[in-house]
Design a protein around this ligand. Structure first.
Ligand code: T1G
Ligand code: NAD
Length: 709
């Protein structure tokens, strides 16, 4: 790293008695090697300067410092280390002030904590966000955060800040003792200079955080014990949370430098953990899915008012999501009774928030002012975009799109929320197929982050970019998908769910399979998910597909037997599990096991046992194999799009990075060998994805395709 490079990202200028050190490393002033070197050089300059009586550190652009440069993790370390930079800042013999606007996260906050005084700006646009979110990346604060934050804000509050991974506002940071001042404004340099000069005028001393004592150590240790127990229960296999607690304990029990050494050692353990690789992959993958070919071709169309057709489960959730994004919404239903139900579904969400104290009545009223209910399609003639969420029936949807084609203004985007149906066929029902697109939300649509944006053959590029822009406004994670049965998510789901059914018929109980999947890190197993979503939905899909099902393909009838009894899951009090008195925690049901045994006997299957590891090898091999086909066919642009789909829509454990990333970490050759093994039993189901074979043959992995895109 050259001195010039360092000087280009960290600049200094003397302003009166203050040496202003400003960081220019867009987009978020990440603490890459050049920035670290630049900061060190700036501190040496300040120390040597006769003019500088104080030092002010600010970030240029939208943030103070958003942390270490995450792209450097896993690469060879380049000196100086961030702990050394922070130690140098803290050791400065002249007061060092950090003026924070925007993000001060991770290493960014640690730089501020090593300064002697901190000021945070608050404003509508550039309010400071102060946090130590390393846990979200499988890491811990590795530049003194675990030792300095407890000294400033107390042990319990500091540990909770690190374990929660969520930032504090300027006001909350002031109340917590993380900053000394909180001022209105957007210009950190001006505010920082004013503060620095005020401190100089008061002859304010150098004040090193490392020298502060931990308040009430005994009580602090008791708090940590309680937090440790709670974290062990909640962290579901995550590695770094417990390491954070160990570090904070060291801050209480050990002198500062020994605490720092402990932090370093545990930081390195987290760095080496595969969870770090999975979580960092997830971080960047979620930011890559918006980088689509159409983005270079066309700007989005303006969208201020939308319409939602259908006010059922999805229509209501989509309406709430749009209202929360500040849009106006016209909801259209078939008749007065249905629209009343639709409006009630929307209001129920806000009433729930009010009951929890998370929304005030006036705010609900203001939001509902942007909602219009109607039973006439004429009400949507002026909207910019329509989202259809009516029954999952092709003829019903075609009729709706014909009506939309008649009433909507030219240039309106016409979207369908279908889960499986052919969007090219829906588009063909209109005279404007270029304006038709798939917007596949997930239930509950106002909560679930994933939005599959399904791109039919004739859609115009600016309709695709309009959909991505809408996703951003709705704070959704968009994934571009091609048209096929089930797009990316539901198509792959159908295959690994089938693998689970085969495992059940071959000898593993549905409860063992669910336990293995939870053990892998999922919140729920596939049979619990079926009971939650309602077994009747899958049953209807299976019945619809019966006519076209390959007669040679193995078909497991266990779920049909259960549905024939009206056992649809939580909504009927039993499904694969029993739900006494409406509880959501299901209990294994011996009658279900009897049905499973009867179906095995009917097929002459002698059950065999499966270890959790064997169950997961088949479950994941089915997922990865179909994922490879989806990428190979171009239904997904890159393997990372498959990962993001499953991380944000299907509960795949985030610390594993998604199915394709997981496959890379396990080794594609291992997955390939498994599939070849399984194919000996059922060659029709386990048809190998050519892409998987090709990558193994070329010694490549899925990530090589992410980079190539
Ligand atoms: N390193 C590298 N790149 C980063 C980055 C970082 N820390 N933060 C953001 N980017 C990139 C991002 O990939 C995207 O790139 C662009 O910046 C804009 O980001 C030792 C170990 C700051 C709240 O976890 O939470 O410090 O896609 O789209 O919505 O203790 O980015 O344009 O090419 O997200 O306005 C701890 C991570 C690091 C904060 C801004 N810090 N960043 O959100 O923009 S670990 C974090 C964020 C650490 C030390 C440890 C958000 C943001 P591209 P964006 P945004
Ligand atoms: P739902 O049965 O809860 O709601 C459908 C609504 O559409 C009903 O209120 C009905 O009155 C209304 N409707 C029917 N025909 C209409 C017409 N011609 N004009 C206006 N309104 C009409 O169904 P849902 O679960 O909300 O599913 C809606 C769509 O979303 C389906 O295509 C489904 O596949 C898809 N989807 C569902 C889920 C889910 O988990 N439920 C998830 C993703 C996508």
């Amino acid at each position: 790293m050259t001195r010039e490079a360092a000087a280009s990202v960290v600049q200094t200028r003397q302003q009166g008695d203050v040496l202003v050190v400003s960081i220019h490393n867009p987009p978020v002033n990440a603490l890459g090697a050049a920035v670290r070197q630049g900061l060190l050089a700036a501190m040496e300059k300040a120390e040597a300067s006769t003019q500088a009586k104080a030092v002010l550190i600010v970030g240029e652009g939208k943030a103070f410092i958003a942390g270490a440069d995450i792209r450097e993790f896993g690469q060879p370390a380049v000196p100086p280390s961030l702990p050394d930079v922070c130690a140098r800042i803290e050791a400065c013999t002249k007061p060092v002030i950090a003026a924070i606007h925007g993000a001060a996260l991770g290493g960014g906050l640690e730089v501020a904590l090593s300064a002697h005084y901190r000021l945070a700006l608050q404003s509508a646009s550039a309010g400071a966000q102060l946090g130590l979110p390393e846990v979200n990346l499988g890491l811990l604060p590795g530049a003194g955060g675990t030792q300095r934050a407890p000294r400033l804000m107390g042990v319990k509050a500091a540990a909770e800040l690190m374990l929660g991974g969520k930032p504090l506002s300027a006001k909350a940071a002031l109340a917590a003792g993380l900053v000394d001042q909180c001022v209105e404004g957007t210009d950190p340099t001006a505010a920082g200079l004013a503060y620095a000069n005020a401190l100089l005028a008061q002859n304010a001393p150098v004040r090193r955080t490392r020298d502060l004592a931990i308040a009430e150590p005994a009580a602090a240790l008791a708090d940590l014990d309680a937090l440790a127990a709670d974290t062990a229960r909640k962290s579901r296999g995550l590695f770094s949370p417990m390491k954070i607690i160990e570090c904070v304990r060291a801050a209480v029990e050990l002198p500062f430098d020994e605490g720092m050494a402990k932090e370093r050692a545990l930081f390195m353990e987290c760095l080496d953990s595969p969870q770090r690789a999975g979580l960092i992959h997830a971080f960047f993958a979620e930011r890559e899915t918006s980088k689509i070919p159409e983005a270079r071709a066309a700007a989005p169309r303006p969208v201020a008012q939308i319409a939602v057709i259908g006010g059922g489960t999805m229509g209501a959730g989509i309406t709430v999501s749009a209202l929360d994004a500040g849009l106006s919404v016209v909801m259209v239903e078939r008749d007065a009774e249905s629209i009343a139900r639709g409006q009630a579904n929307v209001e129920k969400v806000y009433d729930g928030l009010i009951a929890k104290g998370r929304m005030a009545e006036p705010a609900k009223a203001a939001t509902m002012d942007r909602y219009t209910a109607s039973t006439s399609y004429d009400a949507v003639k002026d909207v910019d975009l329509v989202i259809e969420a009516v029954f999952e029936d092709l003829d019903v949807k075609k009729a709706v799109f014909l009506e939309l084609d008649r009433v909507c203004k030219p240039g309106a985007v016409l979207a369908t929320n279908t889960s499986y149906l052919d969007i090219d066929a829906i588009a063909a029902a209109t005279a404007r197929p270029q304006d038709v697109i798939g917007l596949h939300f997930f239930s509950p649509a106002n909560i679930m982050k994933l939005l599959e944006i399904v791109v039919p053959a004739k859609v115009a590029p600016d309709v695709v970019t309009t959909a991505f822009e809408l996703a951003k406004r709705m704070k959704k994670i968009p994934v571009r998908a091609g048209v096929c049965d089930g797009f990316i998510g539901n198509r792959i789901l159908a295959v690994y769910k089938q693998a689970a059914d085969y495992l059940m018929e071959d000898g593993a109980s549905p409860y063992e399979i669910d336990a293995a999947v939870r053990g892998f890190g999922y919140p729920m197993g596939p049979f619990q998910v079926t009971d939650l979503a309602g077994g009747d939905i899958g049953w209807a899909t299976r019945k619809r597909r019966a006519a076209t099902r390959d007669p040679k393909a193995r078909y497991v009838e266990i779920a049909d037997r259960i549905c024939e009894r009206g056992w649809f899951g939580q909504k009927t009090g039993r499904g694969f599990y029993r739900y006494p008195e409406g509880s959501r925690a299901g209990q294994p049901d011996p009658e279900v096991l009897a049905i499973v045994d009867a179906e095995r006997a009917k097929k002459g299957i002698t059950p065999r046992s499966f270890t959790p590891e064997e169950i997961m090898r088949r479950y994941l091999a089915a997922m990865v194999n179909e994922g490879a086909k989806v990428v190979d066919e171009g239904i997904a642009l890159r393997p990372l799009d498959v990962d993001v789909t499953f991380l944000s829509g299907y509960g795949f454990p985030r610390f594993r990075g998604g199915p394709m990333k997981y496959a890379d970490m396990v080794g594609l050759a291992t997955i390939l060998a498994d599939i070849r093994e399984f194919a000996k039993e059922d060659p029709l189901f386990w048809q190998l994805a050519p892409l998987l074979e090709k990558l193994v043959a070329e010694g490549k992995n899925f990530d090589s395709l992410n980079k190539a895109a």
